[in-house]
Design a protein around this ligand. Sequence first.
Ligand code: ATR
Length: 272
Amino acid sequence: MDRYAVIGHPISHSKSPYIHTLFARQTQQPLVYEAIDLSEEHFEQELTDLFANGLKGCNVTIPFKERAFKFASQLTERAQRAGAVNTLKLTDDGILLGDNTDGAGLLSDLHNRVGELKGLKIALLGAGGAARGVLAPLLTEQPALVVIANRTASKAIQLAEDFSDLGVIRGCALDELAGVFDLIINATSASLSGHTIAIDEKLIHPDMACYDMMYSAGRTVFNQWAREHGARQVIDGLGMLVAQAAESFALWRGIRPGTRQVMNEIRRNFAL
Ligand code: ATR
């Protein structure tokens, strides 16, 4: 059996082993997938040992995505743009390939839930690693406009500049965000700490979609806030999680598992 894993710290709550085990069963691929907690002090050495001992590939999560980016011996273009790696694959030639499937996962879920993004006005909240990771794939869809809004405005402005070659994109502070958007994506970590995001409630209207890249039992803090202010469609990040996992699986095994049934099972099993 080929071995795969998700590496992070902490990692015990990861749903990736559950998701990939369902994918393996569905596609009849002979593999095992486990969660491995790596230490912040010895991340590179421990990862080297894992691959030396037969690991074929892994997903990478908090806090190691930037270190995995530096550790990979070759990078896909989308990983290079993201500045972070969430998927490593040991190729048959012994090359450690770094990829980033987060943006593709977001797009796949948005296509399912919202439809085409071409011509839409999109606000992206946050300017950290999560926002950077999805910007290039979002811009390839040719939205009319992407505005990045962040608590620290300078980071949003810088990020917009970094991606300005790919489309119409601006950066601003959260409290400066104004206009009529078709889609607001929350890529901040505010929901994690239970905080609402300081944007104008007038941004929310019934005909838009609100997407939180986080998920939680019950509605996320952002999605709850958006609902209370009149958003009809609020979507959490569980679909993105399953879709990015399917992209990683496809990179490793050359076969793309279906996500719908896995999504349903995961919602039922974890009451999400
Ligand atoms: P990640 O890898 O999840 O993106 P990160 O790189 O630490 O993590 O970025 C966290 C993002 O969430 C940042 O955009 C941060 O805003 P700042 O750049 O101003 O720090 C944003 N964030 C975190 N807590 C927030 C809060 N309570 N309200 C608004 N934005 C918040």
